[in-house]
Write a protein that binds this ligand. Sequence first.
Ligand code: ADE
Length: 222
Amino acid sequence: MKIDILTLFPSMFDGFLNESIIKRARDNKKVEINIYNIRDYSKDKHKKVDDYAFGGGSGMVLMPQPIFDAVDNLKTSDSKVILLTPQGCIYNQKMAYSLSKEKHLIFICGHYEGFDERIRSLADLEISIGDYVLTGGEIPSMAITDSIVRLLDGVIKEESHEFDSFNNNLLDYPVYTKPVEYRGMKVPEVLLSGHHANIQKWRLEEQIKRTEIRRPDLLEKR
Ligand code: ADE
């Protein structure tokens, strides 16, 4: 899979691309992630990318030209163009699975006060990562990329995401490691029993219990 990210702040991605599972996935050629500076596509002699809003209003608006040119340059028949905006549909694990099957994703990170409405016409999909407003689409694009890359074949062990929270609309079950007792809190006996079927049964019960308490809305979807 290839992921291209258009941003005005490329260095925000340095840590994200060069640590942990994302770094390993890139090193092992499971994913190619490219960061493009929107400013590099500006035809303005001062590399200007934004301007005042027609009709007035505070803040600067991203101009269409650099973004249209960047997308024209990167897009192929296999590409899906995604615009990050608080006005998009709310992201979830099901969308992560669906996007992880795509060959090429292009993320457009909006910034400042907004982007020219015509930029919307480039997008196959508009995504929001939640009902709150961030300063730009950079963090949402990292969150979405992270959730997709971990699902790609060979990036993490399949069992690791088989029981993820939200698969089957259930939250994850509790896990424990050593020591068996810590500050008076004990690891549940069943987990020490070595009885695989009982452990599986306990885990499913815990998933249901936890979901009932914390996210009853998910159970309604089951
Ligand atoms: N840009 C600013 N806030 C956002 C959000 N919540 N989701 C996606 N993109 C955004």
